[in-house]
Design a protein around this ligand. Structure first.
Ligand code: NDP
Length: 475
């Protein structure tokens, strides 16, 4: 009887402590619950100015041969008014709306209705139905991984059209670039607004929603964690990968086709941009299952940041080098071209191997070899909202022993390689490396803040073992 009572009391204590832990983890794990003034100011700035930044860059190429300074000089000297620039800007056209609608509908079709067959014949490729990470509410979502297949089908059709069917010109994207920008904005705002409304009225998983009470923050950073329509249409997976990233390589191909049309040849710099960014995009789709474990899918909620960002920011600003090269066809000397190619390939190797090491380590729960040795790691634990305790490991060897985010370092070196293809005449193509440095440094800090909230003192042990973030010995 006494033993029974003691068991009951201990269970009660355990339940209470679990409830407390639950509340603590609910407050701390994942994106913020409370918004400070600095974050709010940044968010309002981005909501107001990010669309203008994209417009400014694209307009500079269209009207000022990619000079970022000349429009400002024209405006400040009174040579031109804002209305002159605006009046020269191509408007939304029925043709662009048709192209864009067809494009997005086709990608939705490929995503939803063609189950993956690539994993059946490509050795080493992980596709088909895969599981994501545990969400803060303790849910494990299933995803249909068929991005590589969508990419291949889309590109086969693109080349079939360019060389055989001739339904449309391969310069179609470049030729409609600004009208398509308006379409991308319509979709970006529509999907972000829809996601916000959905989170209030019909969330996919109410326990994984976060409301800060601040409209702007919630709109920007998202409320729902993994919004879905039906069982399989996952907003984050779809908008992150398609239509933006599938389009990336097509956009570059369209720029190359435009160079060919304008100058009768494609420069080696354009080929380098197509090859290096093509490797990055293919890598993304080859590793789409791994992508389920990255921050975008594991931790970010779906709001304007991802919705609009994937529809507009990514396809328009990540492709600036190719766009620039249409206006300034740089032909690199052999030594420079080989140097940039080597930088691009080495960066890619670092980026891929670092990501691969973590993925292998996590998949095998540490039962693997990293650089021929058993990996070293720190054991850590965390709680989900329902109070369940989970265990995890943080690797401290391989590239993860050099710095806490050496994958970002590889990504940044690769970004620099893309920019260098454009020479040094203008700053516009260098926007990418500046932006990626800000994005990945901020992401690194954001991630570390989140990891600290999640793992507490275990994270401190990890940062003591691996003291640098990006560059060993420096930062
Ligand atoms: P990471 O792949 O580095 O994932 C960070 C997470 O990994 C942490 O939150 C933590 O998650 C876990 N982790 C951290 N340290 C360790 C460790 N030592 N051992 C094991 N697990 C660890 O970050 P991202 O998802 O941001 O990036 C993935 C790739 O995508 C990067 O290469 C990045 O460069 C690229 N990227 C590119 C972008 C672009 O726009 N081009 C944008 C964003 C990313 P947990 O909670 O599971 O412990």
């Amino acid at each position: 009887m006494a033993a029974h009572q003691e068991k009951k009391t201990s269970e009660e204590r355990k339940r209470k402590s679990t409830q407390n832990d639950t509340r603590t983890s609910q407050v701390q794990w994942g994106r913020a619950w409370e918004v400070d003034w600095f974050s709010l100011a940044n968010i309002i700035f981005l909501l107001m100015f990010a669309p203008l930044i994209v417009y400014y860059f694209i307009m500079s190429c269209d009207q000022y041969q990619c000079s970022l300074i000349d429009p400002l000089i024209d405006l400040f000297t009174g040579n031109k008014h804002l209305s002159d620039i605006w009046n020269k800007t191509p408007t939304l056209t029925y043709r662009a709306a048709g192209i864009y609608t067809l494009w997005v509908a086709f990608q939705v079709f490929l995503y939803l209705f063609i189950p993956d067959f690539c994993h059946k014949f490509l050795p080493g490729y992980v596709g088909g139905v895969q599981e994501g990470a545990v969400t803060p509410a303790g849910v494990v979502n299933k995803y249909e991984i068929n991005g590589l297949q969508a990419w291949i089908i889309t590109h086969v059709l693109w080349f079939a059209n360019a060389y055989y069917f001739h339904w449309f010109s391969p310069t179609i994207i470049f030729d409609n670039w600004i009208p398509l920008l308006w379409c991308a904005n319509v979709l970006g705002y529509a999907v972000s607004t829809f996601a916000m409304i959905k989170s209030y009225f019909f969330p996919t998983n109410a326990k994984d929603c976060k409301f800060t009470g601040n409209f702007f923050y919630d709109y920007m950073m998202g409320i729902e964690f993994n919004p879905r329509i039906g069982k399989w249409f996952d907003f984050k997976l779809f908008f992150n990968g398609r239509p933006g990233i599938v389009a990336w390589t097509l956009i570059n191909l369209s720029y190359a086709a435009k160079q060919q049309e304008l100058y009768g040849q494609v420069t080696n710099s354009m080929i380098l941009v197509n090859v290096l960014q093509g490797i990055y995009v293919l890598d993304f789709f080859w590793n789409e299952a791994w992508y389920l474990k990255t921050i975008d899918i594991c931790h970010d909620h779906f709001g304007w940041y991802l919705g609009w960002g994937d529809c507009v920011w990514l396809p328009y600003l990540y492709t600036l080098q190719g766009l620039y090269l249409v206006y300034h066809p740089v032909q690199l000397g052999t030594v420079n071209a080989i140097g940039i190619l080597m930088l691009g390939l080495i960066s890619y190797y670092i980026f891929r191997m670092t990501n691969h090491q973590k993925d292998l380590f996590r998949r095998t729960n540490g039962n693997c070899k990293i650089w021929g040795k058993k990996p070293e790691y720190i054991e850590c634990s965390y709680m989900s909202v329902d109070g369940t305790k989970y265990y995890s490991k943080l690797m401290t060897s391989g590239f993860w022993g050099w710095a806490r985010h050496f994958n970002y370092t590889g990504d940044l070196m690769g970004s620099l390689a893309y920019c260098l293809t454009c020479g040094f005449e203008h700053i516009l193509p260098y926007f990418y490396i500046v932006y990626m440095t800000i994005l990945l440094t901020h992401r690194c800090i954001r991630d570390e803040h989140r990891c600290f909230s999640k793992y507490g003192k275990d994270w401190k042990r990890y940062t003591a073992a691996v003291p640098y973030r990006l560059i060993p010995g420096i930062f």
